[in-house]
Design a protein around this ligand. Sequence first.
Ligand SMILES: O=C(O)[C@@H](O)C(=O)CO
Ligand SMILES: [Mg+2]
Length: 251
Amino acid sequence: MARFAANLTYLFTELPMFQRFAAARRAGFDGVEILFPYDLAAKDLARAAQGSDMHIVLMNMPPPNWAGGPRGFAAEPGNEMRFRKDFDRALLYAQALKVRHLHVMAGRAEGPEARDTYIRNLRWAAERAPGVSLTIEPMNAVDMPGYYLNCFDLASEIIDEVDATNLGLQFDAYQAHMIHGDVIETWHRHARNVRHIQIAGCPGRHEPRAGEIDYAGFFRAVDAAGFSGWVGAEYTPRTSTEAGLRWLRSA
Ligand SMILES: O=C(O)[C@@H](O)C(=O)CO
Ligand SMILES: [Mg+2]
């Protein structure tokens, strides 16, 4: 049975970041995700997490500036030095926060040169941090136009080709629905590579279980596959975070 983590970049934003950990614990989550923690000191975040007995399950590699800035550099030819510098910065945070998974973002790119760059960079990262679980996550082209990793089949091909035990798939069911339409079928095709799951309703990326995605069926498939990792709640609440948590209480 999977455990649920609150994505603190999306949930409990009614509160300052350091208070979101305790709010998530009170609401029934066992862990948290933070997309870009880099504006805050790692030691303060670690203290907040420990204070609420919360695991920090996932964080992303930079860029920290999310508003229209770059989307990572792993697949961008010519940006290899930037990628390595960012990776080392992320690693310091990941280690200080004892983060379970580090999401390596591909950036905007296309074509065979991008693929080669991505594979080379992922191999380098996997070797540099053998004790850290690295994930890659396909993003849909509506929300993130031009993002290199825009398909789950491509993600599994890349994971298979890099062939590192610490590289796996971040299976965001909202992204799977937006890209491929059938989340459960996409799950069956890629479950062998999945290390981490994220959920949101579609359309609108609000609470799960209100919308087009059959989450009851999805969780049956996830349980049947024996997945025992984490599920991150990564959505924008329709009203307040608390008011939208019925899905968690019935999960
Ligand atoms: O699905 C998403 O948007 C996220 O998981 C993410 O990592 C954005 O950077
Ligand atoms: Mg996601």
